[in-house]
Design a protein around this ligand. Structure first.
Ligand code: GDP
Ligand code: MG
Length: 684
């Protein structure tokens, strides 16, 4: 692909509720831009983007692969984002590195729970968006209702720039409100040719009204359009594009396009819109990070010092591939870059521009681009790479806490080593997957974001890494906290080889609410503890809190204050100090009674009305509370809150309860105290 200027780069993601059509749209993007000569169909299990075997079988997209396509004069880097809530980390990490997004909605379902979740995540990252109302060919497709749902449920300002002609079986094309043309596609050439014709007289009024609505809305953002509109003067296409682009990038409106990806309708105008209205890397604020002297920025400029974020690692048994978003400067194949975390220089032997499965080796890549480099030494997802002469660290990607864990056992010691190695490599790719060895049982404990997450990891272990291991039943990962302010003190006193080792520490734990890791601080009188020992004290307290409270779960929502500390005159006071600090922490925790917290989920269930009673009764038996029941198209929407512990196997239960006619989604909400009877059972 020829060089393009940074203004012509679009780093975008396609985000959607599962099954809205993200993969199908992506496939069309690849096909029409000439990157693939075969159109993969999801229902045939042959989609090109979803290349992992487990994804193909499930028909869902799990890992975000990046791929580059050329359209008009633009280079579009597509960052695939997952649709399942078990993989929110993937969504978060893609949002960090993309500059704009296309949100795909199902014209029948409208705004579904997961598109809502991701929409709000995108709000947090200020990602400019466009909407594509897909599946206009489905019976029950309702364009105005979908647009209204974007307004009401997402609190956005949708601005239709097209309207569909017909819906369901009568869907036949699109009215483009900017060019005032009727666009149609022909099945014979798989929709390659877009035919633009005059607007049929029967639709003239509707088109006119919709166009006026669009211009009026734009007049709110753009004074020149307002003037012309009020004077009744014609408004040039260029002026409309300029106004739409500015308003979209500023997040003031969301252009709405439509079509039916499966019928190959509406894709080319969507690609045009990506190039026209979504931002280039130059249009977004400079990347912010920390340098040796404090906060620093990196402008999207190839001449600035090199900086990039490792936003994804794809692990295969053969090799690891690291995806980089380059924020500033440039890299060359054969060059190097510093990882400020490991302080190592990483060799960039090859630089690849990615197309789904294969990479095209390129000589160099510049600010704004997304590329992959194989075989970095110790970098992981979230790391910064930079020019060693101009170090900077970008804020690492924050991943949610794991909420379930499972014991995994290998058949023998050799298998266990292979298991640990495979898990370490998968963990590099997916930081929401964690593992540790249970010192008591020797089992490997694997933690993740949900049942499906664990199940998919199991499949990957078997298929890709050929590791067989037996998985226990997934369990909830609890947290621990204190209900009231408590203190604990411990004195360590031991004679080892004739020398007295002594240390005394007193700590206070205060509940501060929330579920964040503890805040650790010191009020120790500097006269009583040599300053050099302070880090030992604080590190020990941090380790004690994350290492687990009375029940072995991480301690959250507390401030830990070291009140007093002193050591004897032994030559090496560190071990005694650490022992006393850990014990004081434990005593403080136990003195006040630990509160075990369990993760709660927000769930949304869509059910036909005749199953509503059964669904609600069933929830009642699972410690859930129903917050709200709403009437929606084709049934009821139940909003409920329930402990994760009660939701294992819920999808199976719901299916049998409703003959498969209900669907649900869930996302982590918060942590709440475990009822005393269940907490007592934990102790047993
Ligand atoms: P994703 O989960 O968002 O990636 O959605 P997919 O692209 O996998 O699509 C989900 C299902 O919807 C597949 O069976 C597609 O064939 C189907 N689909 C996608 N686009 C359309 C469309 O425009 N019309 C209809 N009727 N079905 C579609
Ligand atoms: Mg998909």
């Amino acid at each position: 692909m020829a060089r393009v200027s940074i203004e012509s780069i679009r780093n975008i993601g396609i985000i959607a509720h599962i099954d809205a059509g993200k993969t199908t749209v992506t496939e069309r993007f690849l096909f029409y831009s000439g990157r693939s000569h075969r159109m993969g169909e999801v229902h045939e299990g042959a989609a090109i983007m979803d290349y992992r075997e487990d994804e193909r079988e499930r028909g869902i997209t799990i890992s975000s692969a990046a791929t580059t396509i050329a359209w008009n004069d633009c280079r579009i880097n597509l960052i695939d984002t997952p649709g399942h809530v078990d993989f929110t980390a993937e969504v978060e990490r893609s949002l960090r590195v993309l500059d704009g997004a296309v949100v795909v909605f199902d014209a029948v379902e409208g705004v579904e729970p997961q598109s809502e979740t991701v929409w709000h995540q995108a709000d947090r990252y200020h990602v400019p968006r466009m909407a594509f109302i897909n599946k206009m060919d489905r019976t029950g497709a309702d364009f105005p209702a979908a647009v209204e749902a974007i307004r009401v449920r997402l609190g956005a300002r949708p601005l239709p720039v097209q309207i569909p002609i017909g819906s369901g079986e009568s869907f036949e094309g699109i009215l483009d409100l900017i060019t005032e043309k009727r666009l149609t596609w022909d099945a014979a050439d798989l929709g390659e040719t877009v035919t633009a014709g005059p607007i049929p007289p029967a639709l003239a009024d509707e088109a006119h009204a919709a166009r006026n609505h669009m211009i009026e809305a734009l007049a709110d953002f753009d004074d020149r359009i307002a003037e012309k509109y009020l004077d009744g003067k014609p408004i040039a296409e260029d002026a409309i594009h300029a106004a739409l682009r500015a308003a979209t990038i500023a997040g003031k409106c969301v252009p709405v396009l439509t079509g039916a990806a499966l019928r190959n309708a509406g894709i080319q105008p969507l690609l045009d819109a990506v190039c026209r209205w979504l931002p280039s890397p130059k249009d977004i604020p400079p990347a912010k990070g920390r340098g040796p002297g404090g906060a620093e920025e990196r402008p999207a400029d190839p001449k600035a010092p090199f900086s990039a974020l490792v936003f994804k690692v794809n692990t295969t048994p053969a090799a690891d591939l690291f995806f980089l978003r380059i924020y500033s400067g440039k890299i060359e194949a054969g060059g190097g870059a510093q990882n400020p975390r490991t302080k190592e220089t990483e060799r960039l032997k090859r630089v690849l521009r990615m197309h789904a499965q294969q990479g095209e080796a390129i000589d160099a890549a510049e600010a704004g681009e997304i590329v992959a480099v194989p075989a970095l030494h110790r970098s992981v997802t979230g790391d910064t790479l930079c020019d060693p002469k101009h170090p900077i660290v970008f804020e690492s990607i924050v991943f949610p806490d794991t909420v379930v864990s499972v014991a995994v056992e290998a058949r023998n010691a050799t298998e266990r080593d292979r298991l640990l190695d495979a898990l370490r490599r998968i963990g590099r790719e997916d930081p929401t997957l964690q593992q540790h060895l249970d010192p008591e049982t020797g089992q490997v404990i694997l933690s993740g974001m949900g049942e499906l997450h664990i199940e998919i990891t199991k499949n990957r272990l078997e298929r890709e890494f050929k590791v067989k291991a037996s998985f226990g039943t997934p369990r909830v990962s609890y947290r621990e906290t204190v209900a009231a302010t408590v203190e604990g003190e411990d004195e360590f006193h031991r004679i080892v080889a004739g020398a007295t080792h002594r240390a005394r520490v007193r700590v206070r734990l205060e509940p501060i609410g929330g579920f964040a890791a503890p805040e650790i601080e010191s009020r120790v009188n500097p006269a009583s503890l040599p300053p050099a020992l302070m880090p030992v004290l604080l590190d020990t307290l941090t380790g004690a809190a994350t290492g687990g409270g009375t029940h072995g779960y991480p301690v959250v929502g507390v401030r830990v204050t070291a009140l007093d500390a002193e050591v004897g005159d032994q030559a090496q006071p560190e071990p005694a100090l650490a022992a006393a600090a850990a014990a004081a922490f434990r005593k403080a925790l136990e003195s006040g009674g630990v509160v075990v917290l369990e993760p709660y989920m927000k769930i949304e269930i869509r059910t036909p009305e005749d199953h509503l009673g059964a669904v609600v009764r069933h929830l009642g038996g699972r410690r859930a509370s129903v917050e709200e029941t709403a009437v929606v198209r084709q049934g009821r929407l139940v909003h409920a809150v329930a402990p994760l512990a009660e939701l294992f196997g819920y999808s199976t239960a719901l299916r049998s309860l409703t003959q498969g006619r209900a669907s649900f989604s869930m996302e982590p909400l918060d942590y709440r105290p475990l009822p005393p009877s269940l907490q007592a059972a934990l102790q047993a």
